[in-house]
Design a protein around this ligand. Structure first.
Ligand code: PEP
Ligand code: MN
Length: 345
C-alpha cells in the first residue's frame, strides 16, 4: 500500500503517519521526492483493510499496490532512481552515478588474479572510459576444482588498483558470512546469477548502506528478479542496480540467451536502473560489441564487460574476454551512441 501525503503536509503530520503505521504492526518506508512525499507500507495488506488511513491529517490518498513487489515498483516511485557508487571511496576516486541519463560502464577481468595483471587491465579500461572496475575474489565456479578466487587478498588488490586508477570497485559476494569483509573493501556488492535467490544474502546486503548490483538468475523471470530486489529494498537499502545477463535456453551456440526485452520490461515496471552484461549473456567476444550497442539502444543504464590483457592465461572466463583494444573500440562506439541517446558516461 502507498500513502501519498499532501504537498503541504507538515513534518509532524509525516511523523504521525509513520508512527500510526508502526502502531498497526507495519514497516513504513518514507520516500521524499521533489514534488511528493510518499510512504510505502510493507506487509500483509489484508490486515489494513478497513483502517481509515485516509483520515490521518496530511494524507491525500491511499493506494493499494497490486504487484507483489512494492518498493521496487513504478507505482511506488514514478521517477527513475539514481544510484551513486563510491561516494565515500576517498580522494581521487570519482563516484559513479547510475540512472537518469548517467551510464554505468563496468569493466575488468572475471577474477582478480594478481596486482600486476589487474593494474594493466584497469589502466586500459579506465583510458577507454570505464567508470567502475570489476573483478571477482570469491568466484562461484561450476567445478570445485576450478580457480575459486583469491578471497580477501583479492579484494585488497581490487580496491588498491581500482582506487589507484580513480575508479570505485564492484565484486561478487556469495554468502552472508562474506558481507563484513566485502563491505570493507568494495564500493558495490555484486550478487551474481547463482545467488539471486539467496534470500539470506539479499537481506544481509539490504541491511548495509552499500549499493548492490543484482544479476538476473539464469532461470529467473523478470518478476523473480524484481522480487529479489524487493528483499534488498525492504531491509532499507534503496541502492539496487539490476543486471540482465541472459537466461538458459535450448540455444547452445551462445552461453546464455540474452533477453534484451528485459530492459524496457523492467523499466516499465520498476524505477530501478538496469544494465546489461553481454559477456556472460553471449560468452562470445564476437557478439559482445553488437549486444552492448543494442543494450544502450534498448534503454539500458550501462553495460558490464569482461576484459583481460591476456585471455589465454585468464584463470576464469578467458574465452569470453575482450582484449583492451577491442574494449576501447567498443567504448568509442558506445560514446557516440550515448550522445545520440542524450546520455553520458
Ligand atoms: C560474473 O560476473 O563474474 C559472474 C559470475 O556473472 P553471473 O553471476 O552473471 O554468472
Ligand atoms: Mn565471469
Amino acid at each position: 500500500m502507498i500513502i501519498v501525503l499532501r504537498p503541504d503536509s507538515t513534518e509532524e503530520q509525516i511523523d504521525h503517519v509513520l508512527e500510526r503505521i508502526r502502531e498497526l504492526g507495519f514497516k513504513p518506508h518514507l520516500s521524499r521526492g521533489e514534488h511528493r512525499t510518499i510512504v510505502g507500507v510493507i506487509g500483509d495488506e489484508d490486515r489494513l483493510r478497513g483502517q481509515p488511513l485516509s483520515a490521518i491529517p496530511g494524507v491525500e490518498q491511499v493506494l493499494p499496490i497490486l504487484k507483489p513487489f512494492k518498493l521496487a515498483s513504478r507505482e511506488f516511485k514514478k521517477t527513475d532512481s539514481v544510484v551513486t557508487v563510491g561516494a565515500d571511496a576517498g580522494p581521487g576516486v570519482k563516484p559513479v552515478r547510475i540512472g537518469g541519463g548517467a551510464l554505468l560502464m563496468i569493466a575488468g577481468p572475471c577474477a582478480v588474479e594478481s596486482f600486476e595483471v589487474l593494474d594493466t587491465i584497469a589502466g586500459s579500461v579506465k583510458a577507454a572510459g570505464a567508470n567502475l572496475l570489476r573483478g571477482g575474489a570469491f568466484k562461484p565456479r561450476t567445478s570445485p576444482y576450478s580457480f575459486q578466487g583469491l578471497g580477501e587478498s583479492g579484494l585488497k588488490i581490487l580496491r588498491d588498483v581500482g582506487h589507484k586508477h580513480g575508479m570505485p570497485v564492484v565484486t561478487e559476494i556469495m554468502d552472508p558470512r562474506q558481507v563484513d569483509v566485502v563491505f570493507r573493501h568494495a564500493d558495490m556488492f555484486q550478487v551474481g546469477a547463482r545467488n539471486m535467490q539467496n534470500f539470506d544474502l539479499l537481506k544481509e546486503v539490504g541491511q548495509t548502506k552499500k549499493p548492490v548490483l543484482l544479476k538476473r538468475g539464469m532461470s529467473a523471470t523478470v518478476k523473480d528478479l524484481l522480487m529479489s530486489a524487493e528483499y534488498v529494498l525492504a531491509e532499507g537499502n534503496p541502492d539496487v542496480v539490476l543486471c540482465e545477463r541472459g537466461v538458459r535456453s535450448f540455444e547452445d551456440s551462445t552461453r546464455n540467451m540474452l533477453d534484451m526485452s528485459a530492459v524496457p520490461n523492467v523499466k516499465g515496471q520498476s524505477h530501478l536502473p538496469i544494465i546489461v552484461d553481454p559477456s556472460h549473456a553471449t560468452g562470445r567476444p564476437d557478439l559482445i560489441p553488437s549486444m552492448a550497442r543494442a543494450s544502450l539502444a534498448a534503454g539500458a543504464d550501462g553495460v558490464h564487460v569482461e576484459v583481460h590483457s591476456c585471455p589465454e592465461k585468464a584463470l576464469s572466463d578467458g574465452p569470453q574476454a575482450l582484449l583492451p583494444p577491442q574494449y576501447a573500440a567498443l567504448m568509442k562506439d558506445l560514446r557516440r551512441l550515448a550522445e545520440v541517446l542524450g546520455k553520458t558516461f
